[in-house]
Design a protein around this ligand. Sequence first.
Ligand code: 3PG
Ligand code: MG
Length: 418
Amino acid sequence: MAKLTIHDLDVRGKRVLVRVDYNVPMEEKDGRMAINDATRIQATLPTLDLLIRGGARIILAAHLGRPKGKPEPSMSLRPVAARLADLLARPVAFVDDCIGEKAENTAAALKDGDLLLLENVRYYKEEEANDPAFAGKLAALAEVYVNDAFGTAHRAHASTEGVARIIAARGGLCAAGLLMQKELKFLGEELDRPGRPFVVILGGAKVSDKIKVIDRLLDRADALLVGGAMTYTFALAQGKKVGKSLVEPDAIGVAKAALEKAQARGVRFLLPVDNVVAQPQKTEKLDKKGKPVMAWVGPHSIDGTDIPEHEAGLDIGPQTILRYTEAIRGAKTILWNGPMGMFEDPRFAEGTFAVARAVAEATQKGGATSIIGGGDSVKALNKSGLADQVTFASTGGGASLEFLEGQELPGVAALTNK
Ligand code: 3PG
Ligand code: MG
């Protein structure tokens, strides 16, 4: 790796500011906020263990949700401090601010191996603005900076970027944590030199979200398997009927270009040969955006690629599952990003879970290296109970996508070169 990692640091007796991604899903239970899924907290334990054993005085900075620059009690990190203390089986101090006197005094009083978690950095609008004065106040807390927040590394914020620049300018070292290192290894190096065949499975709603990733992966993959609503934009590009499926007419051009590139490069480009469809029906309920929640009536699978006029495609069908499973079985490297259908609804989850099973089996029995690109696919993988049977599941959503697109992540760029 081109950047310093925590293996390169001598942290004994030093105050180390560690940016972590503790943006975990929370839910109100009995009038209190409770953590729904602690994967992102667990994922930082190797870094914290190493720093504790090394005698660092650890100051953790993180964000939770999008509080828009002011304190929002439902987005406090206090419950995260309690969970982290449980997981580490040692105390984790908490202060209800991330800068200022209280944070400074508590940080200054830390002993070797002690931990402190600061309150949500996004309680200040200066965080997302990457305000230098605010970054300076964070920098005042520590001598060394470690970034283990891969999931937030695509943001050039004060706690992910600005603070590293300031500490580096003072001559302090800025290093990648072990989780960051692992993410960059699997989503980067492993895919630069994949074992072959290299099979990519892409899903999700929009072609436009994934087009840069598709384009880049078409340079390396042997096969690309497509599912999710983006299927129907490709179908539209091929002149097929899509009924009431979610499509992006504006993305037909890029979809066509991707199909042509695949052909020119000899990449197998698999699209569904059958689909699970249902009829949309508006309900009285409104979603978060104020749009009516849809009921999907009469789900059934249909052969062929044309969707009837009054129905929408919501999952890949059984023939497609067989074809995709077969392609995954022979793979030596697998990258999976995006669900195959609307898996939140069990009636449209089979395609996604079948892919999860196939990926797990190719890993366990076939010796494939399998990398799951974060976000919804990891959610689906966890739901299927197969998370421990793949090689690596990213903790990043947007960050993994941007990294797979080949973009430099600001949170990584700001770290000290080796
Ligand atoms: C995430 O969960 O996507 C990261 O923690 C970054 O959060 P953000 O999308 O609100 O910047
Ligand atoms: Mg995000």
